[in-house]
Ligand binder design. Structure first.
Ligand code: NAD
Ligand code: ZN
Length: 341
């Protein structure tokens, strides 16, 4: 089968012929229809320090996809051949305390699809049946292929009560822009989102932001005055991974505010801890999606008019994958979809 493989320890990714994966008796084999490129795939493409330390070469990359079940192991129940599915990209151990408590997103032994085990940038992918999420017809193939990052957005945004609250989102990457739509759907009042990239901020505006702020030429203080926000933000969603943005968020939170941190900050990031202490802020780290509560919430929101299609900006046939990686690397994109059919 065709697959996009990280086959050499250097910048790039290559379309190659590899064997169809062999499935175990608790696994399903899925024929891949569409995949989406994640920031993680760009780290792997660029072969940065994290990728060099993490990815065994050769590796079939990718973890955002939609497809149909082609075959199933003998022990699989509750699924049928042909089912249209996506899947959770974190394969969990099943025996740690959190897994046994049904909190699989907190498993300490997580293995990443397309990171530590073969991924979905391929004609077929094999995953444990317990990772599969069956799709309703209400979810299009395009949207189904981005449920993984939408799940990051939903897990982060739904961490705190948003009804009537003022929300600050730092970073209008694909996940930040989708978090705008989720926060709007959930009933927030003002949703202010910051970035340095106008292309992405414009999409965030389409997805329901009250106000977009390009921090390279506008001050958040001025925007807060314009919106008559005299006290500060109730909820902060950090989705940039930028220490500057995170520190700015801390200073703009109201006392007692809640912050969910998705963005991956550099190890040496420093903050003013007194801001956290004296304002009584609550900080929550977010990893992945809740298995599978976030998936059910996403499906339900999509069936009740959550619309994130503006976040999908580019489509390419798999043979043109290079164009997809190139546009992602420019930052002038939302989600980029690669079509395998
Ligand atoms: P992305 O890199 O595409 O988007 C980040 C955005 O932040 C970019 O548009 C960038 O221009 C913007 N930015 C940079 N500096 C800024 C600043 N000072 N102020 C405001 N915006 C600024 O990433 P993404 O795919 O949307 O993911 C968002 C973040 O979440 C990334 O840090 C990513 O690594 C992380 N992530 C975490 C998890 C998890 O499980 N915790 C999962 C996926 C992604
Ligand atoms: Zn576990």
């Amino acid at each position: 089968m065709k697959a996009l493989v990280k086959s050499k320890p250097e910048e790039g990714i290559w379309l190659e012929e590899v064997p169809v994966p062999q499935c175990g008796h608790n696994d399903v084999l899925i024929k891949v229809k569409k995949t989406a490129i994640c920031g993680t795939d760009i780290h792997i493409y660029n072969w940065d320090k994290w990728a060099q330390q993490t990815i065994p070469v050769p590796m079939v990359v990718g973890h955002e996809f939609v497809g149909n079940i082609e075959s199933m192991g003998s022990e699989v129940t509750g699924l049928a051949l042909g089912d249209r599915v996506s899947a959770e990209g974190h394969v969990t151990c099943g025996h740690c305390r959190n897994c046994r408590a049904g909190k699989r997103h907190l498993c300490r032994n997580t293995i990443g699809v397309g990171v530590n085990r073969p991924g979905c940038f391929a004609e077929y992918i094999c995953v444990p049946a317990s990772n599969v999420f069956k799709l309703t017809d209400a979810i299009s193939d395009d949207v189904a292929s981005v449920l993984d990052p939408l799940g990051n957005a939903a897990h982060t945004a739904l961490s705190f009560d948003l009804v009537g609250e003022d929300v600050l989102i730092t970073g209008a990457g694909p996940i930040g822009m989708m978090a705008v739509a989720v926060a709007r759907h959930a009933g927030a009042r003002h949703i202010v989102i910051t970035d340095l990239n106008d292309y992405r901020l414009n999409i965030a505006a389409e997805l329901g932001a009250t106000r977009t702020v390009n921090v390279s030429n506008e001050k958040l203080d001025d925007v807060m005055k314009e919106l008559n926000m005299t006290e500060g933000f109730d909820v902060g969603l950090e989705m940039s991974g930028s220490p500057v943005a995170f520190n700015e968020m801390l200073s703009k939170m109201n006392h007692g505010g809640n912050i969910a941190l998705l963005g991956i900050l550099p190890e040496d990031t420093t903050i003013d801890w007194n801001m956290v202490v004296f304002k009584g802020l609550k900080l929550k780290g977010i990893y992945g999606r809740e298995m599978f509560e976030t998936w059910y919430k996403m499906a339900s929101m999509l069936q009740s008019n959550l619309d994130i299609t503006s976040a999908i900006t580019h489509h390419y046939k798999i043979d043109d994958f290079q164009k997809g990686f190139d546009v992602m690397r420019t930052g002038q994109s939302g989600k980029v979809i690669l079509d395998w059919t």
